[in-house]
Write a protein that binds this ligand. Structure first.
Ligand code: ADP
Length: 215
């Protein structure tokens, strides 16, 4: 089993790279952002509870996201997990360590994807997602072959996230630098950190990650 964490600010490309690793290594992608958006779309009690928090760009409580991950990490029969957007606080990182100890498969590595702040704003303001299969696009860096139609599944249900606006993005970046970036030191001290240049084309970042992980 290979267990990896992708760490980086909003817009750094965690989701895109997680999907590449998923298809290359057969790992399961666990994205708390996707899980929370699914809860919102299904209209569940949890979805209603987190809607405003997400729209503002604040972090959802540790208890909620740890609960979502715990439900998925009890099974150690697969090839492994890629954690994308989790952990985002030191408490979440401790909880993840305990969950993985329980299945006797600790983290193999934490990939920190580095991207400067200007690039983040440009990437996030241009991004949209297929509502059907989750493929992520960008209006200039990665447009679909046919405008408005997903290359992967053919759906024309393209969506722009509510929290991909300037005010929420600024708040998401503040949350990242205050609460999540301390995890860089936390994982460095454990000898797990691999930093990767996240600027440049999707394929070249994927190659940087492959080299950093020696996989
Ligand atoms: P991004 O990395 O682009 O900001 P995500 O899709 O990972 O986006 O997350 C969207 C929102 O969901 C976050 O801004 C936050 O409100 C909530 N969220 C996702 N994961 C977590 C987490 N691990 N802890 C707390 N809140 C989270």
């Amino acid at each position: 089993m290979i267990n990896l964490v992708l760490l980086g600010p909003p817009g750094s490309g965690k989701g895109t790279q997680a999907r590449i690793l998923m298809s290359r290594l057969g790992l399961a992608q666990l994205s708390t952002g996707d899980m929370l958006r699914e809860a919102q779309a299904s209209g569940s009690e949890l979805g209603r509870q987190v809607s405003e928090i997400i729209a503002r760009g604040d972090l959802v409580s540790d208890d909620i996201v740890i609960g979502l991950i715990a439900e998925r990490v009890s099974d150690s029969s697969g090839a492994g997990f890629i954690f994308d957007g989790f952990p985002r606080t030191l408490a979440q990182a401790d909880a993840l360590g305990e969950l993985l100890n329980r299945i006797s498969h600790p983290l193999n590595a934490v990939v920190e994807i580095r991207v400067d702040a200007d690039a983040l704003v440009e990437r996030i303001s241009g991004r949209f997602t297929c509502g059907s299969c989750g493929e992520v696009y960008h209006k200039s860096n990665k447009p679909p072959a046919q405008e408005g139609v997903c290359d992967i599944c053919g759906s024309s249900d393209m969506r722009h996230r509510d929290d991909d606006n300037e005010t929420s993005l600024r708040q998401r970046l503040t949350e990242y630098y205050q609460k999540t970036s301390p995890l860089i030191g936390y994982y460095y001290a454990k000898g797990l950190l691999r930093d990767v240049d996240g600027l440049g084309e999707v394929e070249s970042v994927a190659e940087n990650i492959r080299k950093a992980l020696r996989l």
